[in-house]
Design a protein around this ligand. Structure first.
Ligand SMILES: Nc1ncnc2c1ncn2[C@@H]1O[C@H](COP(=O)(O)OP(=O)(O)O)[C@@H](O)[C@H]1O
Ligand SMILES: [Mg+2]
Length: 378
């Protein structure tokens, strides 16, 4: 379809979530590796306050924390135009929107809420703009750890037991919430915000006092909190790529430097190791790959996802822990590394994702939007 033509790619990064900085790193890596012969890249930054910014170098500006020289930008949720607009003052000094580029496809490199969770995807759906990754439903489902587990369990994919508690229940009686969790799971217990990532607000509690603090801490980050028994776990990850017939990569293992894979172990403390391929029995690796594809299809994901597991050291049981629909995407992140080990390099991976986005839009365009009577059998 777009042979011989430069595809105009809008790279969106930053955003309002606690994973803003992680997103900037992913964007920097993609920008470095993307094939400039094939793609004409427009940078679109979203500040921590949620302002869309373009013109100049929004990536550098967000990294430096100085966005003074940038223009406020907007994508309208109106089909057909595909224009990135910036706010400028017109001849009469009244603010007006003017188009600075037309976009063929969006690469939303946003992690966490307000980006990985279906919200930005909703805007892109309204605008009929093709975009990399999952649609509204899969994005929202994967972002919500409780809803995702419900769907996975319905598909007979193994997940740990869990209990969902609300911030208001925690505020009304944290002792009762804690007592019920201990009764059900015993220690240690994990608490985590239902919608977040990068281990922000994820706490491991070893005794009743820690559990009270953990529940309060997790509830700061979301109205809904998951309480789970702690698995004595090794952590495996699989990358999935594709639309209707997705492929699973080789399996990787994360060996966190800390007691669990917390924010510091992910981004600050050096020493966490990525083992590729994971040194696990072939049956375990096969099961991880198979469940990854099943889970991807169960939530109707598209493009890419990284599927993470807890492998119980004591029993050998594999639990699917979470699906990340826009996983960390620097060139040294697990998602691209697993593809590299499977024979697909970083630059080619970006190509493939953009092609999948365009293919998916073409597939969606086949949907009849209003009733046309039944197709005749002839
Ligand atoms: N039930 C559990 N048992 C053991 N470790 C867990 C459990 N839940 C979470 N963890 C640890 O906490 C980390 C972050 O939790 P996770 O559910 O993956 O949230 P996030 O979306 O923030 O990555 C995991 O990588 C793992 O190290
Ligand atoms: Mg995780």
């Amino acid at each position: 379809m777009l042979k011989g033509k430069t595809l105009r790619v809008g790279l969106v990064f930053g955003g309002r979530s606690a994973e803003h900085e992680v997103s900037l790193r992913s964007a920097r890596s993609v920008l470095k590796a993307i094939d400039r012969e094939k793609y004409d890249v427009t940078l679109i930054g979203i500040s921590k306050q949620g302002k869309w910014l373009a013109g100049g170098d929004p990536l550098q500006a967000l990294v430096a924390g100085d966005v003074a020289g940038l223009a406020e930008a907007a994508l309208l949720g109106e089909p057909g135009k595909h224009e990135l607009l910036v706010l400028a003052s017109g001849a009469d000094r009244a603010p007006q929107l003017s188009a600075i580029s037309t976009l063929d496809v969006i690469f939303p490199l946003l992690h966490g809420p307000y980006g990985e969770d279906g919200t930005v995807q909703g805007l892109l759906e309204l605008a009929d703009l093709p975009y990399v990754g999952s649609g509204v439903l899969a994005s929202a489902l994967a972002m919500d750890k409780a809803m995702c587990k419900e769907v996975l369990r319905a598909h007979a994919i193994p997940v740990t037991d869990w209990q969902l508690v609300t911030r208001s229940a925690i505020a009304a009686g944290v002792e009762a919430v804690a007592a019920a969790a201990v009764e059900r799971f015993g220690f240690p217990i994990f608490t985590k915000p239902a919608n977040l990532g990068s281990s922000v607000g994820v706490v491991k509690a070893h005794d009743p006092a820690e559990l009270l603090a953990a529940l309060r801490e997790s509830a700061r980050y979301d109205r809904r909190v998951l309480v789970e028994p702690a698995v004595n776990a090794r952590e495996l990850e699989v990358s999935v790529l594709g639309n209707a017939d997705p492929l699973a990569s080789v399996v990787g293992e994360v060996v966190p430097v800390n007691e669990f894979y917390d924010y510091d172990a992910k981004y600050i403390d050096e020493g966490s190791a990525l083992l590729i391929p994971a040194p696990v029995p072939a049956e375990t690796a096969e099961a991880a790959r198979r469940y990854a594809v099943q889970a991807f299809q169960a939530i109707d994901a598209a493009g890419l996802a990284r599927v993470d597991y807890l492998l119980d050291r004591d029993t050998g049981q594999l639990y699917l822990n979470e699906i990340n629909t826009l996983p960390g995407f620097t060139s040294i992140s697990m998602y691209p590394k697993l593809w590299e080990a499977s024979g697909l390099g970083y630059t080619e991976l970006i190509d493939r994702l953009l092609a999948l986005a365009v293919e998916r839009q073409a597939e969606k365009d086949q949907t009849v939007k209003r009733y046309e009577g039944r197709a005749s059998a002839a």
